[in-house]
Design a protein around this ligand. Structure first.
Ligand code: ASP
Length: 337
């Protein structure tokens, strides 16, 4: 724990603080917030559990977010991430993913086919290349050269949904409005309903380091070659070790236009709480549309460097999962409409 005089010196607030006891309490609260991990959507709970195994052992936030993101990637019943993700309109499953640490190290892949753990390929890009982002065939070639196994990601259920979608071939992303556990919902949605989601996972480890990861199969039935916000630095994910981390889910094009996650982190830098920062980024997206768009969903989650978290969405129905030493819970985020 920081000594009282250290805290006062750090803050430069010795005269302004109401009482020393209050200052000490603030430090205590901040310390009990570590470690913490948060993830988008209710399916983030399973990802958080895997991340928590790393964090509770004193492991690094970077290892925790990778371990967490790999859980929905490997889950064939999750149709928006990794194995079993809905394909593009040509029937090809293409994955986008990114990972970033407190020091600004970053790796990403976009439009990656045939490799389930896109987040781990992204980490390999970060650690083994001088680059930040590899796409398409280049990303696949790199992954195979690194020893990642090649596998078909199109499951029978996802192929069935795609073939049904082909009957109308109407591309119409709909907001995700469910409040209950996604796995209890009916499966696929040829009309375009619930055809996107992403896992964005942010962690603060015991040592005070932040990291984040983001992985998705993107918008179902998208044009082949379409890349969303998830692998793009500052859009689907951004981490600043001194300020906080943010991640996004929803219609990626909207997020890309406002550099959503970077905006959230910059707003936290200016003193906004995580929730307020997420709200202002959502408002920025909403302002672009003269009339409110009921067909759009966009949501952010944020984790500050001192362990506070928040989320906010455009439409109701966005929830995120939180894991701390106090246990696991889901938080229904407030929304603009
Ligand atoms: N943001 C993702 C994308 O546009 C999808 C989602 O999170 O719902 O690819």
């Amino acid at each position: 724990m920081l000594l009282r005089r250290d805290l006062l010196r750090m803050l430069g607030l010795s005269a302004a603080l109401p009482s020393l006891a209050a200052a000490e309490r603030a430090v205590d609260v901040a310390e009990t917030r570590r470690p913490v991990v948060i993830s988008t959507w209710t399916f983030g709970e399973a990802a958080n559990a895997a991340a928590w195994d790393v964090l509770a052992d004193g492991g690094a936030a970077l290892d925790a977010v990778e371990a967490g993101a790999r859980v929905p990637e490997a889950d064939p019943d999750n149709h928006s991430v990794g194995l079993g993700g809905y394909p593009d309109r040509d029937g090809r499953v293409t994955l986008d993913a990114s990972i970033m640490d407190h020091a600004g190290n970053l790796g990403a892949v976009a439009c990656l086919e045939d490799v389930v753990h896109a987040v781990s390929v992204a980490r390999r890009v970060m650690e083994k290349t001088p680059h930040v982002l590899l796409v398409g065939e280049g990303a696949l070639g790199f992954a195979l050269a690194e020893g990642f196994p090649r596998q078909n990601l199109l499951t029978p259920a996802a192929e069935h949904a795609w073939r049904e979608w082909l009957q109308t071939a109407r591309y119409a992303p709909q907001p995700n409005i469910e409040r209950s556990n996604r796995y209890s919902l009916p499966d696929a949605l040829p009309g375009g309903e619930r055809n996107h989601d992403t896992i964005g996972i942010l962690a603060l480890d015991r040592g005070g380091h932040l990291a984040g990861a983001c992985t998705t199969s993107g918008m179902a039935f998208k044009l082949h070659g379409r890349v969303g916000d998830s692998p793009i630095s500052g859009a689907g994910l951004f981490v600043d070790g001194e300020v906080g981390a943010a991640s996004a889910t929803g219609v990626g094009e909207e997020c890309l236009r406002v550099c959503g996650s970077h905006t959230v982190v910059e707003l936290m830098r200016q003193g906004r709480s995580p929730e307020q920062a997420c709200r202002e980024a959502v408002e920025r997206i909403a302002r672009r549309h003269r009339t409110p768009r009921k067909d759009l969903q966009m949501a952010f989650v944020a984790l500050s460097a001192d362990g506070r978290h928040g989320g906010y969405s455009l439409q109701p129905g966005f929830a995120y999962a939180v894991r701390t030493s106090a246990g696991t819970r889901q938080v229904e985020a407030p929304s603009l409409t």
